[in-house]
Design a protein around this ligand. Sequence first.
Ligand SMILES: CCCCCCCCCCCCCC(=O)SCCNC(=O)CCNC(=O)[C@H](O)C(C)(C)COP(=O)(O)OP(=O)(O)OC[C@H]1O[C@@H](n2cnc3c(N)ncnc32)[C@H](O)[C@@H]1OP(=O)(O)O
Length: 192
Amino acid sequence: MSSASLLPPADAQPPVRHPDAPAPGEPLGAHYEHCFGCGPGQPHGLHLEARAGDGVSLTAEFTVQPAHQGAPGLAHGGVLATALDETLGSLNWLLRTIAVTGRLETDFVAPVPVGTVLHLEAEVTAVAGRKIYSRATGRIGGPEGPVAVRAEALFIEVKVDHFTEHGREQEIRAAMSDPDQIRRSRAFEVNP
Ligand SMILES: CCCCCCCCCCCCCC(=O)SCCNC(=O)CCNC(=O)[C@H](O)C(C)(C)COP(=O)(O)OP(=O)(O)OC[C@H]1O[C@@H](n2cnc3c(N)ncnc32)[C@H](O)[C@@H]1OP(=O)(O)O
């Protein structure tokens, strides 16, 4: 059961897909080359690949590598939580909103062996002001396989200043001059 702070308030609205959101089936790509969740330049990262779904939803895959073990041969729970966090965070691109995780609640339903493809699906359920409510499920053995992990989350919309104030200047400057225009706009574009 989710905690009270993950229940949308009575005045929450259904999420609205941004008109310029990627079409259903289109890959979302990475928002930052060195992101541990999705960046191609992070050798031990998850290299999570997400695709837009209908409405404000998406699907994603992540293959558990030996570098992601906790118990021998099994994915570390924190890594699985990261996969859920990254998947849920990617939803905000469909809203064209920059947001960070405020709260993430995870259920670990079944162990996930190394070599397994985790099939994730996620959707935004409601928006209330700066608060974005979402949930995700990860299945093994195929997109229709048994549920191994699931999560509910609250993301909070932030201005780009959140990153320039708290992040390291060198990395921020490098991300702002990323030659990949889609990645640059995904990281920094804010829509009212
Ligand atoms: C360089 C590249 C840029 C990349 C850009 C893309 C980034 C994507 C990254 C993707 C990577 C994957 C994703 C990641 O890993 S993101 C990384 C992990 N997350 C963070 O680092 C966030 C750290 N936290 C903060 O910075 C602040 O606490 C934030 C910004 C979240 C809120 O502080 P702020 O001062 O702004 O706002 P507020 O305190 O007035 O709160 C506002 C409202 O929210 C409610 N609330 C707040 N927290 C919680 C909570 N825990 N449970 C329940 N409710 C909570 C609060 O009650 C209030 O509600 P209401 O009173 O209005 O009803």
